[in-house]
Design a protein around this ligand. Sequence first.
Ligand code: GRF
Length: 197
Amino acid sequence: MSRRVAILLSGGGSNMVALVRSMTGDHPARPVLVASNDPAAGGLTRAQELGVATAAVDHRPFRGDRAAFEDALHEKLIAARPDILCLAGFMRILTPGFIARWEGRMLNIHPSLLPKYRGLNTHARAIAAGDTVAGCTVHEVTAELDDGPIRGQATVPVRSDDTAQSLAARVLTAEHRLYPAVLARFAAGDATPVTLG
Ligand code: GRF
């Protein structure tokens, strides 16, 4: 029985596309839902084009009541009966209450080599620090932001003429390789971290 995967996004969904396209053949998982906090997220349209069911819960009417927003999101999620949640550019901070419902079954991709550069503006920070290597990390989501067990990392060289934008573009390409590789192992119950150069 293949594992049922729901993907949460807030933007264009390029990671979602890579994940959905990877779940074919003998892959141990299949996408069952793509959900967003933004009804206008481009990723929702791309998911529909790929034939994946979608849902949107606009967070704005909840006016900062995170728990109420998450309860509405949770209702949409459990209707699809997912076994695994993949956060893919989901830009809302999740409360410990929501995370507790899914801990051990929820992954996130972060555009740095954690534990370096938790939070935002990771590429600008790596360049400012003079790093020669950057990259991305897929980790299990826990209550601590960008801090859960690491399930995979991909490294990307930093070039002397890199801007945050040019580095972000190369890291994003690495994300599209890393996340599907990690999901395939995670869905198969294989905790061996993925390492990509
Ligand atoms: C990626 O850079 C990812 O690292 C970050 O948000 C971005 C998502 O991009 N969490 P996309 O929506 O998957 O194209």
